[in-house]
Design a protein around this ligand. Sequence first.
Ligand code: NAD
Length: 495
Amino acid sequence: MKKINNYVDGSLNSISKKELSVQDPSTGEEIAKVVLSSIDDFQKIIESSKKSQIEWANTTPLKRSRILSNYKTLIEKNINELAEIVSMEHGKTLADAKGSVTRGLEVVEFACGIPHLLKGEFSQNVGSNIDSWSIRQPLGICAGITPFNFPAMVPMWMYPIAIACGNSFILKPSEKDPSCSIRLAELFSEAGLPGGVFNVIHGDKHVVDLILSNEEIASVSFVGSTPVAKYIYEQSAKHGKRVQALGGAKNHLVVMPDANLNQAVDGIIGAGYGSAGERCMAVSVAVAVGDIADELVEKIHHEAQKLKVAPWTDTESDMGPVISKDHKDKIENYISIGVKEGATLVEDGRNYKIQGYENGNFVGPTLFDHVTKDMTIYKEEIFGPVVSVVRVKNYDEALNLVNEHAYGNGTTIYTSDGEISRHFTTNSKIGMVGVNVPIPVPMAFHSFGGWKQSLFGDHSVHGMEGVHFYTKLKTVTSRWPKSIQSGPEFVLPTN
Ligand code: NAD
């Protein structure tokens, strides 16, 4: 049985004998065991991260950039292998896995520009013969705690920038699909990164709590569900750490009566059912405005029935299984609740069986109509292939729905009216907004993050927000007086 160890100081190594089973979501079979790290493993990683960081911070940004550039080439060279590792443990299709690695790679490309990104500000003569400048310095040891749904991309939102800024980074990946993080770390070493600058520690809540209470760790970046994000935010703040904690989502796609309906339906199908709905930017609510609802529901239903649900090894697959048996049960329970609460179940994905994969965690595409805002399936994040259609009379009602929802990750509007689209992008209380684009995920050189219950903390991830999160600002004021000594001053200097 394959054993997944920690990655410490440039090699695989674990002390703890405790393990957890890693399963293939398509078959339900165990494919590996991952170490559940102990406090000794953790201490070892802290020592390694602390030692390496001092030297790494003294490495010039240009040298760091060259290592990142080698890393970019190695990821490109090994992208098929990385995607396969993602698909094998997560279950998503190979093409989708490859796309997610590419989105992570884009952050590495962004981080290659670190000499430019770290440039400070300079003012000559802020006072007579006094100059002042601002610089950004690394925090020290940074940590990242990541979810199962993007085992390559989400960690890559964090560590390339943190490391480019001169920090060392400890990654605690999801215990459900932990292998990809190890391959990513190995490739970074191969690219020339000194041992200890990027360490990976496996484990569950126990390791997370060690990270949160450790005094040597300066910052925590978290991506996962909202209850855990809240906990991470509170605990990190309590221990004096800088923290960004991204949580769950309930993304609305608003379809206006003047929208190109086929385009909107394609958007809902891809963003609602792609990756079995296990994306934080998945569309889980389609808001039908005015009299288009019947036609919209009919078209979504027609397209949903055509989707091929199959394991990642089937190249024709549109969506794979969900991550675990527990998660499948949870999603199916939500569907039952939706029926009980009075929504119309147009397509039922429960008890979905695929020949030869009877123990796989498959849930078929599910569609609800006549969902209302008081229903559980509307209020809560399901994180599965379930799309709820809510019917509203007009645009104002649609905007209110979006704004009153507790989550604020992403939203999008399909319309051919520029004025409405401008009003929507300006007035929606959401972090990432699209117009005629199903999943408005910002590129690496912009920043990714939601509002409300979807993000706790002040910084989004990657882009300049990432550079600012992983650095401390320092402003220097300097004078080189040759001769004049004017005595102490007791009032604030002004010009
Ligand atoms: P999760 O919150 O269960 O786990 C995330 C990480 O936290 C894992 O590493 C896990 O080991 C750890 N963890 C779990 N429970 C913990 C606890 N009680 N105390 C401390 N640590 C704990 O999330 P998940 O199921 O792996 O991922 C799915 C969730 O992530 C969804 O809610 C999804 O919306 C969210 N997500 C959000 C974004 C975003 O950008 N906002 C991106 C991806 C995923």
